[in-house]
Design a protein around this ligand. Structure first.
Ligand SMILES: [Zn+2]
Length: 194
């Protein structure tokens, strides 16, 4: 289920280009103080991707304000990194989704596929099934998605909504762009019940 692309270095370069575009747009907007933003990227050591992932694909793109007295860091959204999580966002998503549906994959198989232990994958399931539905992001954005024919649990509901074309790369792009606001600081914040 859509996992072969995640083994492909070219896919991660494709995602890097999307992140570069996010960073470019944030840079053009500049800092709220009026200062210019310059690159303040930092190196990560992400897990779950293919062997031989180029160094450039391990960099979290980030920006810093150049104005004295501000120097604020601005980290644009990403289609690759979810906050400080060590594993890559598409991996965190897909491993949890593959545990669901009519033919869920065995935990042992996913541990091998994504080089993660059971407890880590179990935490990702909790993240998507319990935490994510409570976020402000999901509460406001779920209305943008087509209504499913039958109720489907998260995160599989997003697979059903986005993986609709014969082009999995394009489907991944649409899904990850949709999710990208959750990668911002506070993006996974839970909605306050009224
Ligand atoms: Zn500034």
């Amino acid at each position: 289920m859509h996992d072969s692309l995640l083994r492909d270095v070219a896919f991660w370069q494709f995602l890097l280009d999307i992140d570069r575009d996010f960073a470019k747009r944030a840079r053009e907007d500049g800092c709220a103080c009026g200062g210019h933003l310059h690159a303040g990227n930092y190196f990560r050591n992400p897990r779950g991707g293919p062997d031989g992932l180029p160094k450039e694909c391990c960099v979290r793109l980030s920006l810093c304000c150049d104005r004295e007295g501000c120097r604020k860091r601005l980290t644009p959204p990403s289609v690759r990194f979810l906050g400080p999580k060590v594993y890559l966002l598409p991996v965190i998503f897909l491993a949890a989704a593959m545990r669901q549906g009519p033919s869920p994959r065995a935990m042992r198989e996913l541990c091998t596929l994504f080089v993660a232990d059971r407890r880590t994958i179990a935490r990702w399931q909790v993240l998507w099934q319990e935490h994510f539905p409570q976020t402000r992001f999901w509460k406001s954005e779920q209305a943008r998605l087509p209504r499913p024919n039958e109720p489907t649990l998260l995160p599989r509901a997003l697979v059903v909504a986005f993986f609709t074309s014969p082009n999995p790369r394009g489907d991944w792009e649409r899904l990850l762009r949709f999710l990208s606001p959750i990668t911002l600081a506070g993006g996974m914040a839970v909605a306050i019940p009224r």
